[in-house]
Design a protein around this ligand. Structure first.
Ligand code: HEM
Ligand code: HEM
Length: 461
């Protein structure tokens, strides 16, 4: 328990609780949408997928991705930032009322984005599909969060700004600008400009939203949780700041690695590919620093429910960020681009890395804001295994399917020959998806009972 915990009550943490409860709900809804998409790919002729407008693939897919990125993972990471920024500065959240309003506004953003997509309103650019009024709501959330956290930091007692705070503010500032420019918010009719420049802008946004919203918040949370779980200081504050500044240096301009097989300017492609390799610097700075911090203490980490999720998230981060630079190479993309390989990468990235760390944050922080243990550590453990096995299987089958697709196209096989070959992999993906949905449902029950219930079931580890 920290000094701040002894003066704050559970009431003061309503913002954090609201974000965590929202995350658990969006996780279930978004995973169900994913499951539906996966079943549509297994049995596309089933009438439901064609006759009910809001269930057609083209509407449900962006509903799934946006609910996952903003609703599930975004809520968990933002809620955690609302907890650790005050704690690391030893200064209570400046305006709890504004915090609670932000939770409502955030949910209104994700809900209205989802409903408008279901009704067929879209701006048709990946992860930027929400129409402009929804974009404005999201930007307001970022401005209010930035102001509230900034006022908290300005009133701080602790003079040293720990690296998690740097990451939280970096995410807030960069996401605002990337979202504003990348969504062409100044062009409300279409949310787009035209031609190749729009493609470049769209991927400046697309990679920015995962790289400068989810990544810094995920890494910042890992930096917060790991040292506390093992009760040891961070290996190196200097290395953590090198990682912070280099991620800001490389990430904003590598989006064109999504456009290597288009007429984008060659100089931009070269910058994108070299920057993607350069990304190994911030990634390794984070992983080596945290690894040296927790060396020899893995037992302690796995004895803590939140710590275990965060640790798994860091292992996924390693996989994602070895795979990422590799698939940025033009010769590799000749095989992997536009195949299921990339869908495998997206899931281990957004879910494996950012989602696992987000869940870890929820499980780590919840007992600290309610003043009692989690409702059930066993249920959290069951969720951990369901999602870990589900995602690992998901990744393996999609990577295999992607290689079959990519090599098939490379050697001139037509789509009609390859599609039947992929079917069995998509059936497996559906099966692994059932595990992830079950994990989300177990998590929802456990998180809600832990946040708002009256006690634990007494299965302490
Ligand atoms: C070292 C860091 C990384 C590099 C160099 C990298 C590289 C890439 C490349 C080249 C692609 C496009 C592949 C293609 O279309 O052929 C891609 C796709 C993607 N990446 Fe990463 N990645 C990195 C880390 C991450 C992280 C940390 C996340 C999430 C938090 C992420 C999320 C995604 C997503 C969602 C896509 C799919 C985009 C789409 O819809 O096409 N990546 N990545
Ligand atoms: C029940 C489990 C899930 C299933 C069955 C599922 C299924 C799907 C399907 C079928 C697609 C479309 C693929 C395509 O267009 O070929 C997709 C895309 C995507 N999903 Fe999921 N998903 C699940 C869980 C998740 C989770 C937990 C996350 C993140 C937290 C996530 C993030 C994404 C992203 C970012 C994309 C876009 C991928 C890209 O374009 O590269 N999904 N998912």
């Amino acid at each position: 328990m920290t000094a701040l915990d002894s003066v704050l009550t559970s009431e003061d943490y309503r913002t954090v609780k609201g974000f965590f409860a929202s995350s658990a709900h969006w996780f279930v809804l978004a995973a169900l949408a994913g499951l539906f998409l996966a079943s549509a790919m297994v049995a596309p002729d089933f009438p439901l997928y064609k006759n009910v407008a809001w269930l057609v693939f083209s509407r449900l897919r962006p509903m799934h991705t946006n609910m996952m990125i903003f609703g599930f993972v975004g809520s968990a990471l933002l809620g955690s930032a609302y907890y650790y920024v005050p704690h690391l500065t030893r200064s209570p959240l400046r305006s709890p009322g504004m915090g609670r309003a932000v939770v409502w506004l955030w949910n209104l953003t994700v809900a209205s984005g989802t409903v408008t997509l279901a009704l067929g309103y879209t701006q048709s650019r990946e992860y930027a599909e929400w129409v402009w009024p929804v974009d404005i709501l999201l930007l307001v959330v970022f401005v209010l969060t930035f102001c509230n956290l900034l006022m908290t930091v300005l009133a701080r007692e602790e003079k040293l700004l720990y690296v998690s705070i740097w990451y939280a503010f970096g995410a807030m500032i960069f996401t605002f600008f990337i979202y504003f420019f990348g969504n062409a918010v100044w062009n409300p009719g279409t949310g787009a400009i035209t031609g190749m420049p729009d493609g470049i802008l769209a991927w400046f946004y697309g990679h920015g939203i995962v790289g400068l919203f989810l990544t810094p918040l995920g890494v910042g949370l890992a930096y917060y949780v790991i040292p506390i779980v093992i009760r040891a200081p961070l290996f190196s504050h200097a290395v953590s700041l090198i990682g912070f500044w280099t991620i800001l240096m490389f990430y904003p301009h590598i989006g064109t690695h999504h456009l290597l097989q288009t007429p984008a300017p060659t100089w931009l492609k070269i910058i994108a590919v070299t920057g993607s390799i350069g990304m190994l610097i911030p990634v390794l700075a984070v992983l080596i620093n945290l690894w040296l911090t927790m060396r020899g203490k893995l037992g302690q980490i796995h004895a803590d429910t939140g710590g275990k999720f965060v640790f798994a998230g860091l292992v996924w981060y390693l996989f994602v960020c070895v795979q990422g630079p590799f698939q940025s190479l033009p010769s590799v993309q000749t095989v992997t681009h536009l195949t299921n390989w990339v869908i495998g990468h997206s899931h281990i990235a957004v879910f494996g890395f950012a989602g696992f760390i987000g869940l870890g944050g929820i499980y780590f922080i919840t007992p600290r804001i309610t003043g009692r243990p989690l409702y059930s550590n066993k249920l959290a453990d069951i969720q951990y295994w369901l999602v870990l096995v589900g995602l690992s299987g998901f990744f393996l089958v999609l990577t295999a399917a992607g290689l079959i697709q990519g090599t098939g196209w490379l050697y001139g096989k037509t789509v009609y020959v390859i599609l039947p070959e992929l079917h069995v992999y998509w059936v497996w993906r559906l099966g692994f998806g059932v595990l992830i949905v079950s994990g989300a449902v177990v998590g929802l029950y456990n998180i809600m009972r832990s946040l708002y219930g009256s006690g634990a079931v007494g299965d302490e580890q």
